[in-house]
Design a protein around this ligand. Structure first.
Ligand code: 5AD
Ligand code: SF4
Ligand code: FES
Length: 348
């Protein structure tokens, strides 16, 4: 079956919006299970059984923003802040290459101390190792995005977090959804593979806004979609809010697969942190990426965007083995190619 028919198949599942909204409202029900199975089948036909691994390097936990859900928010004074040196970042990437990862994700809070040219130099050094570089450093100037693209970065992750503009405004003091979307479009124009995504279970979220999250990912033609449960962090204004649940998060993963059959969709660490089988359940609901941690252990505990994050005491090689075992345990395989989006590869 060709790509047009797979895309049509996915669209068919999403055509009945009232039914989808009812399913989102009843994520433990039979319809939700059905959708997750359909997404798993579509995933298999569209992108196969391979799971792509991306080594995550959390290189700075300084952040100028004050997102109401995040432990790295600037008002959190209870956090020991760190920055890795460029040499430490490159050596973490080397370790990733030695473990067989083809991509490293350079992630940080929004930390202007890492200037555009500094990050460009780090990207160039990591490219020399033969790795694909994914950036996840938040909102920056379009010229910086351009500089980093020229330095060799090929992917950019920046979740839209919620497609409800009012909820976005309440959760992100001083920020707007419109700006976030405009920057995602800039990244698309620079021909990055662009990842967006959102949290599930945010206070004030409804089935309608969750469906809008899927619509937005599709409108942006996102190459990657990261979806994780909201996990309340004690040092934030949302400390006492309930968190997201596994079934609803996996259902949203399934809807993302149906909306974007060729997308790279991670089984997120946040899902693995609220349920020991969370990542496996996502891999069986449409996901095809995992992001093992490569951050030096010294800093792991301080990159606490949410509490009870897994792998705080595990070395990178342990996670490599753990993740491989989980993938093989599902009858899946670990990808050995760089794991680019197929439609982006055709353009490049
Ligand atoms: N719970 C779950 N996910 C969170 N993120 C930030 N804070 C939390 C939290 N408390 C997510 C955001 C961000 C990504 C890096 O981590 O979606 O984009
Ligand atoms: Fe900073 Fe990102 Fe956390 Fe917001 S979610 S406070 S931008 S690290
Ligand atoms: Fe780190 Fe399983 S992925 S221990």
């Amino acid at each position: 079956s060709d790509s047009a028919s797979l895309i049509a198949d996915g669209a068919e599942f999403l055509a009945d919006r009232p039914a989808i909204l009812r399913t989102i409202a009843a994520p433990g029900g039979e319809d939700a299970q059905q959708l997750r199975m359909s997404a798993n089948l579509l995933r298999r036909r569209a992108v196969g059984d391979a799971v792509h691994l991306r080594g995550l390097i959390e290189f700075s936990n300084h952040c100028r923003n004050n997102c109401c859900y995040c432990g790295l928010r600037r008002d959190n004074r209870r956090l020991a802040r760190y920055r890795m040196t460029p040499a430490e970042i490159v050596s973490a990437a080397e370790r990733g290459a030695a473990l067989g990862y083809r991509t490293v994700v350079l992630q940080s809070g929004e930390d202007p101390a890492f200037t555009g040219p500094m990050l460009a130099e780090i990207i160039r050094e990591i490219k020399r190792l033969g790795l694909v570089v994914t950036l996840s450093v938040g909102e920056r100037e379009p010229r910086e995005y351009e500089l980093w693209r020229s330095a060799g970065a090929e992917r950019y992750l920046m979740r839209h977090e919620t497609a409800d503009p009012e909820l976005y405004g309440r959760l992100h003091p001083g920020q707007t959804l419109a700006k976030r979307i405009a920057l995602l479009k800039v990244l698309k124009q620079l021909d990055y593979q662009v990842g967006t995504g959102f949290m599930v279970g945010l206070p004030g979220q409804t089935p309608e806004t969750l469906l809008a999250d899927i619509d937005l990912a599709r409108e942006l033609a996102a190459e990657m979609v990261g979806i994780g449960p909201f996990i309340p962090h004690p040092a934030t204004p949302l400390a006492d809010s309930p968190g997201g649940i596994v079934d609803q998060t996996c259902l949203m993963v399934a809807l993302a697969r149906l909306a974007l059959p060729y997308a790279l969709i991670p089984a997120t660490t946040a899902l693995g942190s609220i349920d020991p089988q969370g990542r496996e359940l996502a891999l069986e609901s449409g996901a095809n990426v995992m992001m093992p941690n490569l951050t030096p252990r010294l800093h792991r505990a301080d990159y606490q965007i949410y509490p009870n994050k897994i792998c705080l005491n595990e070395e990178a090689d342990h996670c490599r083995g753990c993740i491989t075992g989980r993938i093989l345990g599902l009858g899946r395989i670990v990808a050995d190619d760089p794991g680019h989006h197929p439609l982006w590869l055709e353009r490049n």
